[in-house]
Design a protein around this ligand. Structure first.
Ligand code: FE2
Length: 227
């Protein structure tokens, strides 16, 4: 059900010889997502405490940070396409109270984060926060593309953990598990627009690690799902 595997054509005129193409970025992100999903331990092979811990660490990261990350992304990007895409996301998050949905999900699964759940992800969460604060538009949009695709695929797993913990409140996983191919295509188009704008001699994304945020987020997710 991955949505990040959907194709997205790249206008050749906007790609310089040193800049990775949208297709190659998407391929790399798809592979990282596949690897992360393949590394997950089966929910019924985990103890109740291990399942609770994964839900709690996920909640401690997502509940209070997602809107903040999206706000950082909005401040960082320069293209109209990227701004529109991020604002669409922010509007939905705030209007539909997604942090509340997240909190209800954790409560129903008896997995409200404790001090130790919060501290377990402290270092890797700090690294993602500081990365967002560097306000590098292109790299933030690449990170968003990775995160959104991963979250969609992670939802059935999270829902199964909660179900095994006795929960029936699946609103959060239902809302975030929708595979929206149009949304993903728009996100990659926004990335193209952002890359085109950012490609000036002093801000060329080719001189930086385009996947810095993706790697930091990958480490954070690994800290969440480790049993
Ligand atoms: Fe959300």
């Amino acid at each position: 059900m991955t949505s990040v595997s959907s194709g997205c054509s790249v206008p050749s005129s906007s790609v310089t010889p040193h800049q990775p193409t949208i297709a190659s970025i998407q391929t790399h992100i798809d592979r990282l997502t596949d690897d992360l999903m393949a590394s997950l331990q089966k929910p019924d092979h985990l103890s109740a405490e291990q399942r609770r811990g994964i839900i709690a660490r996920y909640t401690s990261v997502l509940e209070g940070n997602f809107i903040y990350w999206m706000t950082g992304a909005y401040i960082a990007v320069r293209s109209e396409a990227a701004r529109m895409k991020i604002m669409e996301n922010l509007l939905e998050e705030v209007r539909d109270a997604h942090p509340l949905m997240m909190r209800k999900f954790a409560m129903a699964a008896h997995a409200v984060p404790t001090d130790s759940d919060t501290l377990a992800v402290q270092r890797s969460l700090t690294n993602v926060r500081l990365f967002i604060g560097r306000l590098s538009g292109v790299r933030i949009v690449v990170t968003m593309a990775f995160f959104e695709g991963l979250i969609q695929r992670f939802m059935p797993y999270l829902a199964e953990l909660a179900r095994l913990q006795g929960s029936t409140d699946m609103e959060y996983t239902d809302v975030h598990g929708v595979c929206d191919i149009t949304h993903t295509e728009e996100l990659y188009r926004a990335l193209q627009a952002e890359m085109t704008l950012a490609h000036t001699p002093d801000t060329a994304s080719s001189t930086k690690n385009l996947f810095e945020g993706v790697e930091l987020l990958q480490t954070l997710i690994e800290n969440i799902v480790v049993a």
